[in-house]
Design a protein around this ligand. Structure first.
Ligand SMILES: Nc1ncnc2c1ncn2[C@@H]1O[C@H](COP(=O)(O)OP(=O)(O)O)[C@@H](O)[C@H]1O
Ligand SMILES: [Mg+2]
Length: 206
């Protein structure tokens, strides 16, 4: 079992969007992996998304306490567990990091998003457990100068865990598919599908 925790104390960076698309991608294909998505955000965005359309290849389960999350993750027999975290240094913050094999940290294209990362990085550096970090530079607007500055800032982060950076562009297919209770895999946006699969391959193959 691999646990993928999507977290960043900042809101609006794409945690839920990436969590649902990564969960969908993990559940697809010939291996038919057993996948579950735990929604730890009291706003229940992922859960509400899951209720729009019932025929999902994975369940979305709302969770309101970290102890229960820990028990369910440890007792469950899933191939992949995805956790969508609240936009806060909440009670789930440390629990999710401790459960994670992969910490997916979306960062949107704004200087504020980089500044907001320092407490998360400090916390990660204090945890001795081994896990990998996947930074996702999200909502990239092609040819915008800020993009390369954000990338440079991400490369400079000093972190004592294996880490990688992936790019996800700003694409209408993300909000459009979410609105319908779907993912980019239900659209014909092959670029969006490819960028999510690229991230998921890192998770599957390592
Ligand atoms: N790559 C993207 N391209 C376009 N819009 C995006 C992208 N990623 C996220 N969004 C949009 O940004 C908004 C915030 O995303 P969301 O996943 O809810 O963030 P969070 O869970 O971190 O608060 C949503 O409207 C979502 O559709
Ligand atoms: Mg969210």
């Amino acid at each position: 079992m691999k646990v993928i925790s999507v977290q960043n104390s900042k809101g609006g960076v794409g945690k839920t969007t990436l969590a649902i698309n990564i969960a969908k991608s993990l559940s697809m294909g010939c291996s038919e992996n057993k996948v579950i998505l735990y929604d730890a955000d009291p706003q229940r965005t992922a859960y509400d998304w899951g209720c729009i359309k019932e025929d999902k290849s994975f369940k979305v389960v709302p969770i309101d306490n970290p102890k229960l999350l820990e028990t369910l993750v440890e007792k469950g027999d899933y191939d992949y567990v995805v956790i969508d975290n609240p936009p806060a240094m909440s009670q789930f913050f440390i629990t999710s990091i401790k459960l994670a094999n992969y910490l997916v940290i979306p960062v949107a294209s704004s200087a504020f998003d980089i500044w907001g990362l320092s407490s998360l990085i400090d916390t990660i550096n204090m945890i001795s457990k081994d896990f990998s970090i996947i930074f996702i530079h999200n909502k990239i607007i092609r040819n915008a100068a800020i993009g390369s500055e954000i990338k440079e800032a991400l490369l400079k982060i000093e972190i004592n865990k294996k880490n990688s950076i992936f790019d996800v562009l700003f694409r209408q297919s993300y909000p459009k598919s979410s609105l319908l209770g779907e993912t980019v895999f239900d659209t014909d946006d092959s670029h969006a599908k490819a960028e999510i699969e690229f991230i998921v391959n890192e998770i599957i193959n390592n």
